[in-house]
Design a binder for this molecule. Structure first.
Ligand code: ADP
Ligand code: MG
Length: 371
């Protein structure tokens, strides 16, 4: 039987699909935001027959010409790896390309909602940390995304032309996108390797700003791996449940020093956190990678066990409400579903020991962000 636009024979499929694909148009919409190296737009991919798919278009800054090939190669490899995946906790990558020979771009799944820093800041502005049930839910979802990428994209011996090992490499709260449906999706896989390629042009202070979520061995120059992703997730849970890993007023040089030592506040473990959760966080945040969970899958398992033991159910509904509230679309606070566990209170004073000198100083907890 014929089809008005293409015939489904093996030989002709490619050309026919090629024609269909050529008819696509990208209609750029509003800017969603921009980060350290790219701007993200809401967009529509319009196909023939009026099929429209909402997407996010991310356009990176032009790469410097001296290491352009290396940067583009690394970014394309990361995009190829993620594009193979279909995992509920990883934002899908549809296309990778280069504009004007210098500006890499990706088309990816539009995660319409908010991102994790906004959620954390929202609770912080009320003097709270992220509620325990919500944090556990987020932790499990992020861990599942990391592990889905790790296992779904093949083994780590990409050297001999095998599939690359998908390590996130630069997991921070900014790379955790939260949808209005209560989904949690990771983005920007492979960022660290791209970052390393451009390290020659990166300033000391931008490294320092990102250092709070990077594993000590990676700061020291090791390749990121599944265990460094575990550490980064540990720092995110830490930030959600307890507070920033380093005091916010720490100078760049001290941040790097602390980060290299794998340092986390000594009074870290808020006594109000359940003991098994403290133990799990300690393990994830161990400065020695061999003592951490070997991969995020094992971390997810332990987090879920804790949630189950506490009788904490599915946190997705809370996340859905929280995202709506952040967007000013939600029900007022008092219409939140009951059953949400109280926000974990935070200590107002944290004692900070500087690892190198052994000196101890007091740091007050970060002020809520200015609005
Ligand atoms: N796939 C996506 N869907 C929706 N929003 C996104 C997507 N990817 C990134 N964003 C948002 O776009 C903004 C810029 O992203 P990005 O350039 O990755 O910044 P950063 O360096 O902070 O990670 C952020 O606010 C982020 O939440
Ligand atoms: Mg990002």
């Amino acid at each position: 039987m014929g089809h008005p636009h293409f015939r489904l024979t093996r030989q002709e499929t490619d050309t026919a699909f090629g024609d269909a694909a050529a008819g696509r148009t990208v209609v750029l919409g509003d800017e969603i935001g921009s980060g350290s190296s790219a701007t993200v737009y809401r967009a529509k991919l319009v196909h023939a027959w009026g099929i429209e798919r909402p997407i996010a278009v991310k356009v990176f800054d032009a790469t410097a010409s001296d290491d352009r090939d290396a940067v583009l190669g690394t970014m394309a490899a990361a995009a190829r790896g993620v594009a193979q995946l279909h995992h509920p906790n990883v934002a899908q990558v549809y296309e990778f390309g280069v504009l004007d020979g210098a500006r890499p771009f990706v088309f990816e799944e539009l995660v319409d909602g908010a991102s994790l820093p906004t959620l954390i800041a929202d609770y912080e502005s009320k003097g709270q940390r992220v509620p325990l049930d919500l944090a556990l839910f987020l932790g499990v979802e992020i861990a599942e995304g990391l592990d889905g990428a790790r296992t779904g994209a093949g083994s780590c011996d990409g050297a001999s032309g095998g599939r690359m090992c998908l390590v996130h490499g630069d997991l921070s709260a900014r790379e955790v996108l939260l949808s209005k449906l209560g989904e949690v999706k990771l983005t920007d896989f492979g960022g660290a390797s791209a970052a390393r390629v451009v390290s020659s042009i990166r300033s000391y202070s931008s490294v320092a700003k990102r250092a709070a979520t990077i594993a000590p061995e990676v700061i020291g120059g090791d390749e990121p791996g599944p265990r460094s992703d575990v550490f980064s997730l540990g720092t995110l849970l830490w930030e959600m449940l307890v507070g920033p890993r380093f005091p916010r007023d720490l100078e760049d040089a001290s941040v790097l020093l602390h980060a290299r030592a794998g340092y986390v506040h000594t009074t870290v473990f808020d006594p109000q956190l359940p003991a098994p959760l403290k133990a799990v966080l300690r393990r994830a945040l161990d400065p020695d990678p061999s003592k951490r969970f070997p991969h995020a899958g094992a971390f997810a398992f332990e987090l879920r066990r804790i949630a189950l033991a506490m009788g904490v159910g599915d946190g997705r509904v809370f996340l859905r409400y929280a995202v709506k509230r952040l967007r000013g679309e939600g029900a007022p606070d008092d219409a939140m579903p009951t059953g949400e566990i109280e926000a974990v209170p935070t200590s107002s004073d944290l004692v900070v020991a500087t690892p190198a000198s052994g000196t101890v100083r007091k740091a007050t907890r970060a002020e809520p962000p200015v609005s």
